[in-house]
Structures are given as structure tokens and as C-alpha cells.
Design a protein around this ligand. Structure first.
Ligand SMILES: Nc1nc2c(ncn2[C@@H]2O[C@H](COP(=O)(O)OP(=O)(O)OP(=O)(O)O)[C@@H](O)[C@H]2O)c(=O)[nH]1
Ligand SMILES: *[C@@H]1O[C@H](CO)[C@@H](O)[C@H](O)[C@H]1NC(C)=O
Ligand SMILES: *[C@@H]1O[C@H](CO)[C@@H](O)[C@H](O)[C@H]1NC(C)=O
Ligand SMILES: *[C@@H]1O[C@H](CO)[C@@H](O)[C@H](O)[C@H]1NC(C)=O
Length: 442
């Protein structure tokens, strides 16, 4: 796949070299003319798009030329990308357009930039990064130093998208001329929705909600009037991006996709279910998520642990400090076995089996008190024999997804306030719980 991308990159790069030295500076400003504000609106020019289609004569041409598309630009961590993707799917459904889905970046997050700048950065950096057998770090592409794109369908289960009748195609190339090369769509065929700030448009479905932290409203009913074959958004990230009334049709669609769009990568699933079975099987353990690695989460670590621990302490049971102390004496592997066979309904709640998903590298050191209080609490590190396949094949980027997946198969989950990673687990855990009729409801 990488080789293929490199080849595509090289071909388009040489084409660009031939065409571009004059073309880029002259055409880019127009290419991105601002169409959302007070400036002129461009109408679709059927002539030019027809010409494009005629070049590649083929039977389903007419269908292609009447299809309308919507797309957006991704950024930030995996869970934020997934939220943006779900927002885009809801918009595509509402506008009855085919969603052109960019790949998921599983590497280090690239940051938000205004749409225009982000499109240019993707074009420039994705080409530079895949230019040779070794990634080269080049000017202006520091944010892409570990850019690692995977098609959405290789990571997430899209069957719910299909059963909702949402049409999509996958975009495997972030160059600016992608739409022209693949769909014959030029800048004249495109309506650009600009996002000069990170929270610019809030997208409304006839809702009376206020703007919150967003700058201006954008009505789906107005977007529905656009005749251009392609509507191109900048960022669609953020849980509050769509202003849709609770219990409205689009609200249910978003809830449904949020619950159903789960991780489907087979190696991730296999490792996760193996770990879940060591923990007593799906629905037979408690899970928590402690996010503490950066920014506001680092500052909030103490209060996060207090919040999570308060939930864990509420679990009913008969206090049995001697049994808890005896458990502490065992080595971690022996303890795992012992914790799983203890009859939890009659013992101390501190002996419940707990899986902790966390971005802490060594929680047994950094959260020693917490582990001491709950000796039957385990983390991914305790299953190095299971995850060695991912580590040894250079796929450690998937470890957070294994963490999330294991945590999703619990009987009860407590997460980190405000974390999108926790939100993902919460939706998935609730969804899976429906499949475990005998899971303790405690
Ligand atoms: N292994 C592991 N990594 C985690 C965990 N929680 C967070 N991380 C890391 O931190 C990143 C969190 O980023 P995302 O949640 O994807 O995106 P974000 O924009 O930072 O999301 P927030 O959690 O809302 O800040 C993940 O991609 C992981 O790299 C965890 O429980 N286990
Ligand atoms: C939605 O779009 C498809 C494909 O362009 C078209 O066939 C269909 O009639 C549209 N549906 C509605 C309700 O407009
Ligand atoms: C939008 O909301 C208004 C009032 O809130 C209502 O009268 C109207 O029917 C709604 N339109 C649609 C398309 O739902
Ligand atoms: C666990 O303890 C409860 C309560 O005493 C009892 O009803 C149940 O049979 C026990 N289960 C097992 C597997 O021992």
C-alpha cells in the first residue's frame, strides 16, 4: 500500500512539476476563494465538468455527473477524527450527497488549520512524507512527522453506514487535484465552506440551540440549495459541531453511528478478545479509563482518579481487608488468575476484576496507590504476551485501540471526564452490554 502511494505521489508530483511552476501561484488564490461570507457565489459550470467526463468515456458517466459530493479535512487524535467523520456522515445523509472520506491518521495528530491552509498542508506534506523509502522531515511538515493514514474501512466497521443508506467513497490521496483526477470536479464545481477559526461554523438542522463557542450558524437547509457538485468543508470536528435537536431524526442517526461505528481491524479485535477472556470474559469485569498524558488531563489527574475511585468504592460487597491483603502478596500473573476465580458477589469490592485503559506508560509506578487499593486492577502492560504481535511488527499505534476495545467489553465503565477516548468506550460499552444478558448490573 505504501509503495502504491509512493508511486501515485511520484506520478502526481512529476505531473505537477510539469504543470505547476506557474500554475500554483496563479491559481491557488482563486481555487480557495471565500464563498461562505459576503463574496460572490460561484455556480457550477456544467460545461466544464461535462468536458472532464467526456475525456474518460465510460458507461456510467451520466450517473457520475449527476452525483453530488461532500467532503471535509481531518485533524487531531483518532477519537476526534472519528467524531468529525460521524458529523460528516450525518451531513451527507441530510444533504443526500456522497461523502468523500479522507483516511484516518493513526500516527501523531496533525493540528487544525483554516481549511485553505490545511488543504495546502495535506497536499504538500502527504507528498513529501511518502516521497521515499524513508520518511523525510521537511519544512512546514513537522505536524506530519508520523502521519500514518489508514482507510476508514480498514479500521472501522462501516456496516451501519451502509444500512443507513449513506453513500461514501474513500479518498486515498490528499493532493489538491484529487477531485479533478477522480471525479472531474474543478474549483468551479466546488462550494468551499471556510473555517477561519477552529470553532467557526456550527451546523444547524432547523434548531434553536445557541452558538456556544462557535462563531456563526450555517443552516443545512441553505446548504441543501447549493447546486455545486462538491461541497468542501474545512474541519468538522467537535461533539457540538452539529446543532441538532435531541430525538430528531438526525440526532438518532448520530447516536446510532456513534454506537455502531466500532473498531473492526481483525488483529486489534483478536488481541482485545484474548485479553478480555483472561479477565474473565466479556461482561465479567469492570473497566475504567484514565487519561493523564497531556494538557488539561495531566492537571486533572488527581481529580480524575478521585472521580473514578468514588465510583468503584460505591460497588456493593462485604469488606474483607484480609482477603485484599492476601491478594496483594501474589505476583501479577498469579493474582490475575486468583482474582478471576474469586466469587465477587461475596467478597470485598476491592477484589473486583478491573481493566484500566490508560495512556500512562507505567501505572504500577505512577499510580501505585491506586493499584494498591485495587489489587485486581490490570492494564495492557500486564498482557505483554498478547500484544507482542503488535509491538514486534511495528504496529504499536494500534495499542490505544486495543485498550479501548478491551474496556468496551466490561459490565460497567467509568471514564475520564471530557475525554473523547472515554466517550468512545462509553458508547461501545453500552452497545455491547446489550449482548451480555447475564452481566452483573451492579
Ligand atoms: N494506550 C492508550 N493510549 C491512550 C489512552 N487514552 C489516551 N491515549 C492516547 O492519547 C490519545 C488521545 O487522543 P484521542 O482521544 O484520540 O484524541 P484527543 O484529541 O487527544 O482526544 P481527547 O481524549 O478528547 O483529548 C490517543 O490516541 C492515545 O494515543 C489509553 O487509555 N490507552
Ligand atoms: C438522493 O440522491 C440520489 C443520487 O443522486 C438520487 O437518486 C435520489 O433521488 C435522491 N433522493 C432524494 C430524496 O432526493
Ligand atoms: C423548522 O422549525 C420551524 C419552527 O421551529 C417549523 O415551523 C418548521 O416546520 C421547521 N422546518 C422543518 C423543515 O422541519
Ligand atoms: C457466589 O456467591 C453467591 C452468594 O453466596 C452464591 O449464591 C453463588 O452460588 C456463588 N457462586 C459461585 C460460582 O460460587
Amino acid at each position: 500500500m505504501r509503495a502504491f502511494k509512493i508511486a501515485i505521489g511520484l506520478v502526481s508530483f512529476s505531473l505537477l512539476l510539469i504543470l505547476c511552476s506557474q500554475w500554483i501561484p496563479q491559481t491557488l488564490p482563486q481555487y480557495f476563494s471565500d464563498l461562505t461570507g459576503t463574496t460572490q457565489s460561484q455556480s457550477h459550470n456544467p460545461q466544464s465538468s461535462q468536458d472532464m467526463m467526456d475525456d474518460s468515456s465510460n458507461d456510467d458517466e451520466t450517473e457520475k455527473s449527476t452525483e453530488k459530493y461532500v467532503t471535509y479535512l481531518p485533524h487531531s487524535g483518532f477519537h476526534n477524527q472519528r467524531i468529525a467523520l460521524i458529523n460528516a456522515m450525518v451531513i451527507a445523509k441530510s444533504l443526500n450527497r456522497t461523502l468523500i472520506m479522507p483516511e484516518l491518521n493513526m500516527g501523531h495528530a496533525n493540528y487544525w488549520l483554516p481549511g485553505k491552509a490545511l488543504a495546502l498542508q495535506f497536499d504538500d506534506c502527504s507528498r513529501k512524507i511518502f516521497k521515499g523509502p524513508h520518511r523525510v522531515s521537511l519544512n512546514g511538515c513537522y505536524a506530519f512527522r508520523s502521519y500514518n493514514p489508514w482507510s476508514v474501512s480498514s479500521i472501522l466497521d462501516l456496516s451501519a453506514v451502509n444500512d443507513q443508506g449513506i453513500r461514501y467513497v474513500e479518498r486515498n490521496d490528499m493532493s489538491l487535484d484529487f477531485f479533478e483526477k477522480n471525479f472531474g470536479l474543478t474549483k468551479d464545481d466546488t462550494y468551499y465552506v471556510q473555517d477561519p477559526t477552529r470553532f467557526s461554523y456550527r451546523i444547524y438542522d432547523n434548531s434553536s440551540m445557541d452558538l456556544g463557542s462557535f462563531d456563526f450558524p450555517l443552516q443545512l437547509s441553505v446548504l441543501r440549495q447549493r447546486t455545486e457538485p462538491l461541497i468542501s468543508f474545512g474541519s468538522l470536528f467537535g461533539s457540538f459541531r452539529l446543532a441538532i435537536e435531541p430525538n430528531s431524526e438526525l440526532w438518532w442517526l448520530r447516536e446510532y453511528l456513534t454506537a455502531e461505528l466500532g473498531i473492526s481491524h481483525s488483529v486489534i479485535m483478536q488481541d482485545s478478545l484474548s485479553i478480555a477472556s483472561h479477565l474473565g470474559g466479556p461482561g465479567n469485569y469492570i473497566s475504567i479509563h484514565i487519561r493523564q498524558g497531556d494538557g488539561s488531563f495531566r492537571k486533572a489527574l488527581k481529580s480524575t482518579i478521585v472521580h473514578v475511585q468514588a465510583h468503584l468504592e460505591k460497588i456493593k460487597g462485604r469488606a474483607d481487608p484480609d482477603a485484599v491483603e492476601a491478594m496483594r502478596q501474589l505476583s501479577v500473573p498469579d493474582r490475575l488468575k486468583a482474582c478471576v476465580v474469586v466469587n465477587h458477589t461475596v467478597t470485598d469490592p476491592h477484589l473486583r476484576v478491573i481493566f484500566m485503559a490508560t495512556d500512562a506508560h507505567n501505572s504500577r509506578e505512577s499510580m501505585a496507590d491506586f493499584h494498591y487499593a485495587f489489587p485486581c486492577m490490570f492494564t495492557l502492560n500486564d498482557f505483554s504476551n498478547v500484544i507482542s504481535n503488535l509491538i514486534e511488527t511495528d504496529h504499536s499505534i494500534f495499542l490505544p485501540l486495543v485498550d479501548a476495545e478491551v474496556a468496551s467489553h466490561s459490565s460497567r465503565f467509568v471514564g475520564t471526564p471530557k475525554s473523547t477516548f472515554s466517550k468512545y468506550i462509553k458508547y461501545r460499552q453500552r452497545r455491547w452490554l446489550k449482548y451480555y444478558p447475564k452481566a452483573p448490573k451492579s
